[in-house]
Write a protein that binds this ligand. Structure first.
Ligand code: TXA
Ligand code: MG
Length: 351
C-alpha cells in the first residue's frame, strides 16, 4: 500500500486535504493525524472492519480497546449509555483537551472497537486538524497512538512514517505535537472515578472539578506483578530502548556525580554511554552522548521531548543510557510513569 503524506498548517487548514482524508475514513481506511498529545492512527470507530485494520497495522493485541475521538458533545450521548454529572463537569472544563473518559457503551459501538468490553473510552482532542478530520470522517474516529505496538508513541509525523509507511493510507503532518505524552484516562463508571493512566491533567486538576478521585495503584510506578491495571493497554510490556536504560534519582548535584562516575567506569571498560540531561545540567557531564530533554523551568518541554529522545537514542551506538529523574511538578507522575516503563523500573538512588 502506498502511504500518502500530506502537510497541513494548523493555522490555515486545507479543507481539500481534510475532505479527502475524511473520505478515506468513511471508506474504511486508515489515516494518521496529529492531536495535542501524540499522533493517532484513525479509523471509523463505528465500523468493526475498519478497526480490525488498526490492530493489524500496529500489531496490537485484539483485547486492547481503542479510544473513540469525537468533535462535539452531542456525539458522546450517542456512544455512551450512562453519563454521570461528574463527567459532564469534566467535559465542560477539559474538553477539547487531553482527557479520556470511560463509560458504559451503547449498541452503536461495535465490540471490535472496544476490545470486547461493554465500556467505551471517549475523548475530544484539542487540535484543529483532528477536530476537522473527525467531522469530515463521520463524527467518530477510533485512534490509538500511531506507533507500532511496543514502540514509543509518535510525537511527529516522521515517527509515524518510520513505523507505518506502507501500512496505512495517509499521514497528515501537522508538525510536532504540544504535550508529547498520551491523555489522562479516567474511568467514570464507578462512584469515585479512577485514573487509569496519568497524563497532563493530573489528580488535583480533576479533584478541583469533581472532588475525590482515585488512582489505579498499578500505574503508580510500582513493579508489583500482582497489581493488574484496569486499562488493558497498561499491562503490556512497553517500549524499552535498545540500550539498557537506568534512572538516577536524588538531589541534583548527587545525581550528576553518580552518573559521571558510572559513565567513567563503563567508558573505561569500552562501552558507549548515553545521558538524558536537562538544559540546566548538560554541561556538567564529562563523557558520553549527552542529550538535553528540555528545561526544568518548563515541564512541558520535558514531556514534549521524551519519546523523541528515546527514539533518537535507538539510532546512536550506545550500550547504556542514564537518565535524570523528573518526579516533581504537575506532570511528574505522568512523565515518570512512561520513563519507568522504558527503564523496566531500573532506578538508582544517588547518595
Ligand atoms: O492521547 C491519547 O489518548 C492518544 C491520542 C491519539 O488520542 N491515544 C492513545 O491511545 O494513547 P492508545 O490506544 O495508545 O491508548 C489507549 C489506552 C490503552 O491503554 C487502552 O487499554 C485504554 O486506553 N482503554 C481504551 N478503552 C478502554 C476501556 N473501555 N476500558 C479501559 N481502558 C481502555
Ligand atoms: Mg499507545
Amino acid at each position: 500500500m502506498k502511504t500518502i503524506v500530506q502537510k497541513i498548517d494548523n493555522n490555515k487548514i486545507d479543507t481539500k486535504i481534510i475532505n479527502s482524508a475524511g473520505e478515506i475514513i468513511k471508506n474504511g481506511g486508515l489515516v494518521a493525524f496529529p492531536t495535542e498529545t501524540v499522533y493517532g492512527l484513525g479509523a471509523d470507530a463505528l465500523s468493526e472492519e475498519a478497526c480490525i485494520k488498526i490492530y493489524a497495522a500496529k500489531g496490537r493485541p485484539s483485547d486492547n480497546p481503542l479510544i473513540v475521538h469525537i468533535a462535539d458533545i452531542e456525539a458522546l450521548y450517542k456512544i455512551a449509555a450512562e453519563i454521570p454529572k461528574k463527567a459532564i463537569d469534566l467535559a465542560d472544563r477539559f474538553w477539547p483537551g487531553p482527557l479520556t473518559m470511560i463509560f458504559k457503551k451503547t449498541e452503536l459501538v461495535p465490540l471490535g472497537t472496544t476490545g470486547g468490553l461493554d465500556s467505551v473510552a471517549v475523548r475530544m482532542p484539542d487540535n484543529k486538524i483532528a477536530l476537522e478530520l473527525i467531522r469530515a470522517g463521520g463524527g467518530y474516529i477510533a485512534a490509538p497512538s500511531a506507533n507500532t505496538s511496543g514502540r514509543p508513541s509518535p510525537t511527529k509525523a516522521e515517527h509515524v512514517y518510520e513505523d507505518m509507511n506502507g501500512r496505512i493510507d495517509m499521514i497528515i503532518d501537522g508538525g510536532m505535537v504540544g504535550i508529547g505524552i498520551e491523555s489522562t484516562i479516567v474511568d467514570m463508571s464507578t462512584e469515585i472515578p479512577i485514573i487509569l493512566r496519568p497524563g497532563f491533567i493530573n489528580k488535583e486538576m480533576l479533584e478541583d472539578v469533581i472532588g475525590k478521585t482515585d488512582i489505579d495503584k498499578a500505574v503508580l510506578g510500582t513493579n508489583d506483578n500482582n497489581l493488574r491495571p484496569k486499562a488493558p493497554g497498561m499491562k503490556y510490556k512497553h517500549y524499552a530502548p535498545r540500550a539498557e536504560l537506568t534512572i538516577v534519582e536524588g538531589e541534583a548535584s548527587k545525581v550528576i556525580e553518580t552518573i559521571n562516575s558510572l559513565v567513567k567506569d563503563k567508558v573505561n571498560s569500552g562501552k558507549n554511554i548515553g545521558i538524558i540531561a536537562t538544559d540546566e545540567t548538560r554541561e556538567c557531564y564529562i563523557k558520553g552522548v549527552v542529550k538535553s530533554i528540555g528545561t526544568r523551568s518548563d515541564e512541558q518541554s520535558i514531556s514534549h521531548n521524551l519519546y523523541d529522545i528515546l527514539r533518537e537514542f535507538d539510532t546512536e551506538n550506545v550500550d547504556y543510557i542514564y537518565s535524570e529523574s523528573f518526579s516533581c511538578g504537575k506532570m511528574g507522575v505522568a512523565i515518570m510513569n512512561r520513563l519507568l516503563k522504558a527503564a523496566g523500573h531500573k532506578v538508582i538512588y544517588a547518595e
